[in-house]
Design a protein around this ligand. Structure first.
Ligand code: PEP
Ligand code: MG
Length: 366
């Protein structure tokens, strides 16, 4: 694992003494979390739990979960996943030693998990006790032409709340276990993705709260926790005032927010973007540096309305932009509390946050 040392570590210390924003990392594996800590991350701002579901040991149960046609089948598959998911969080909480850890509920387009080969199909069909043809028909029904605008994010938690319940249970059980073992106070931050209305968040938070009560009764440990949301759709940014009545924090998902605000696919190499920047139509590649005039306006609006509805609401950014110095300057100007970026960009983010803080201060004095 890489580490910072010598003069570089001294320089980073100077940067830390002047910056205002915290720097967190996006991490889901123990290796990423340790690297993030070594690079000075002050928490995890985004743990993408879907990455934990592709494991060879888990994928069959995940496929059973999404291809079962009833809740009982889904719950049986989720029961197999629970101990593994709990262990994921035990590791993250242990490595992060009481620093904030934001865990995002499952957010993949479901088709990413579908079985492809005949052998995979047969394996899942057998586990569910259905014919291969029936299983293929169910998989086919999940096909979407635009999966990134489809059945993902909180939409999964609305239709299949038992998935969110399993994840919430894994989080609370893991946090109680680590708190008992280490004596640290663990206050998990549960993040709901792709929210567009406050009702989606209200329904999901009610489920999470119910699980928290159950686990507290079972373990005898009452945990504090936050439930918050990603702001990654224009509608959510516009309705941030309503959403903040329930959300205890916002994290700006600028990857999706850029895609949905500009209507430009984040997954396709958009061959026209170079021309757009060269001709001055867009100031920057909007997937690298935040589009201040569009996406930035939505972020600023949501921050303002979120704070009005819930003074002191914690605000961060966790899209790829969170590690980009020009975007970090924007985040400082907007008064966000933290940026979260990939572990290897944490040192740059610490420097950029310091520089941004100095610039904002200098402007205030000018
Ligand atoms: C985002 O949309 O900016 C984000 C952080 O979520 P993901 O990249 O996982 O969609
Ligand atoms: Mg997103």
């Amino acid at each position: 694992e890489p580490e910072l040392s010598g003069e570089f570590a001294t320089l980073m210390g100077w940067a830390d003494s002047v910056r205002r924003m915290k720097v967190r990392a996006n991490a889901e594996t123990p290796l990423d979390a340790r690297t993030a800590r070594n690079f000075g991350a002050e928490g995890i701002g985004l743990s993408r739990t879907e990455h934990m579901f592709f494991d060879a040991e888990r994928i069959v149960a995940v496929r059973e979960m999404i291809l079962s046609d009833d809740e009982k089948g889904r719950r049986a598959a989720l029961a197999k996943l629970l101990p593994m998911q709990r262990q994921d969080f035990v590791e993250l909480f242990t490595i992060m030693q009481g620093l904030p850890v934001t865990i995002r509920l499952l957010d993949p387009p479901l088709h990413e998990f579908l079985p492809h080969s005949e052998a995979e199909i047969a394996e899942v069909a057998q586990a569910l006790g259905v014919s291969a043809d029936k299983l293929k028909a169910r998989a086919h029904a999940l096909h979407e032409f635009n999966p990134m605008l489809g059945f993902r994010g909180v939409r999964l938690a609305i239709v299949y709340p038992e998935i969110a319940e399993m994840q919430a249970r894994a989080i609370f059980e893991a946090a109680s276990q680590v708190a008992k073992e280490t004596g640290e106070t663990i206050k998990p931050e549960i993040m709901v993705p792709l929210v567009m209305t406050s009702a989606e968040l209200d329904l999901t938070k009610a489920r999470i709260d119910a699980v928290a009560k159950e686990v507290a009764q079972e373990t005898g440990v009452t945990l504090d926790y936050y439930v918050g949301t990603m702001i990654e759709l224009p509608r959510a940014a516009l309705r941030a005032g309503d959403i903040a009545k329930t959300a205890e924090f916002f994290s700006f998902g600028t990857n999706d927010l850029t895609q949905t605000t500009l209507g430009i696919s984040r997954d396709d190499a958009s061959t026209f973007l170079g021309d757009y920047v060269a001709k001055g139509i867009l100031a920057t590649d909007p997937f690298v540096t935040i589009d201040r005039e569009g996406v930035g306006e939505l972020v600023a609006l949501a921050a303002r309305n979120g704070r009005e509805a819930r003074p002191g609401i914690k605000l961060g950014i966790c899209g790829e932009h969170g590690g980009d110095p020009a975007t970090i300057a924007f985040c400082e100007e907007t008064g966000l509390d933290y940026v979260s970026c990939s572990p290897y960009r944490v040192p740059i983010a610490r420097l950029a946050a310091a520089q941004a803080a100095l610039n904002v201060k200098a402007e205030g004095q000018a």
